[in-house]
Design a protein around this ligand. Sequence first.
Ligand code: ZN
Length: 182
Amino acid sequence: MVKILNNHNRKNMTGQTFGRLTPIGPTEKREKNGSIIWRCQCLCGNVTEVSQSDLVSGNNVSCGCWKRDLGKNLYLKRRNVDGTCIEALERRALRSDNKTGHTGVSCSDGKYRASITFKGQRYGLGTFANLKDAVSVREWAKEMLHGRFLEEYYRAQAVSLSGGTIVPALEQLLKSVTAQQG
Ligand SMILES: [Zn+2]
């Protein structure tokens, strides 16, 4: 009777997927409750062994990669939600000279301030809600000061940043630099 039941269940199992797992075939192993332990192919490529009762109940729906991915996503989400200084704090441990890990970008109160030094003079480029924008602005300013003003100006115009457009900052920078040189 038990054997018939197992055979019946086997047929059902091999045609199905359970979360990320697809049963390949039964092993000789059984759980204490008599449940067949199946060799399963996981979507991530791993092969793992999971009991039929765990598969059917949804207790075990991956080789373990699902929980790992979930943890990773939560971690990333948390970093974004908590604001912006987390990355900077993490980097500080590595680079004590620069909180953000990016030259010319500093972090305070969860905001990023970009600046550039040109011929010994420091120029502010504005404050930005996220690190990416501050770094972009700093990059543009750097390129601009290398004589590629028009190219960088138009590139900046095409992109809107969280703090607005960067064009005023670049114009301000050019004006200051020109005034200084003149
Ligand atoms: Zn997996």
